[in-house]
Design a protein. Structure first.
Length: 171
């Protein structure tokens, strides 16, 4: 498969943007609170505005990574073979997701017994939602996308190019 320089550039930009999201996230909540509390200190308002701006210009990164994953996976016709694709995906994404989910569940479990009763309910809800820890949502979402990949590739290959472009132009 030929390397796409434009995709690589998008990956680099998105990587920096994700770092920007994580760095600014620690200040973002307090900045929003200061703005909504009608703080009259102009320096606080300017700082809060800058943090909100900095955070918001980087929000393209996650959807961009999702679209890049889709573009790269769907462009490989070998991924239309269910058995091979699912075996490869489970080994690369499924196994680490299961392992880290179990580790995070084990990490959170003691808090359920030492904390309040609502902690165990919260843990069970998070497990059912597919995010035993707040950042794990991405892997569970990625598994959902990967589950559909061979179906989408087969659908794309089963229709003519003209039909494909007609479907695209109607949206």
């Amino acid at each position: 498969m030929k390397r796409e320089n434009n995709y690589d550039l998008l990956r680099i930009l998105s990587t920096f943007a994700v770092i920007m999201i994580h760095v600014s996230d620690s200040w973002f909540s307090s900045a929003v609170n200061q703005i909504t509390e009608y703080n009259t200190n102009i320096k606080d308002i300017q700082a809060s505005f800058f943090i909100c701006f900095y955070n918001s210009i980087s929000r393209f990164a996650v959807p961009c990574f999702i679209m890049l994953s889709g573009a790269l996976i769907i462009s490989n016709s070998k991924n239309a073979e269910y058995k091979k694709f699912y075996a490869k995906t489970f080994a690369k994404v499924g196994v680490p997701t299961v392992i880290f989910s179990l580790l995070y569940i084990l990490y959170r479990l003691p808090f359920c017994f030492w904390g309040e009763e609502k902690e165990i309910i919260s843990l069970l809800k998070d497990i059912l939602k597919g995010s035993p820890m707040y950042h794990m949502w991405y892997l569970y979402m990625l598994i959902g996308i990967y589950a559909l990949t061979p179906i989408v590739i087969r659908f794309k290959n089963s229709i003519t190019e003209k039909t494909f472009y007609n479907l695209d132009s109607r949206s």
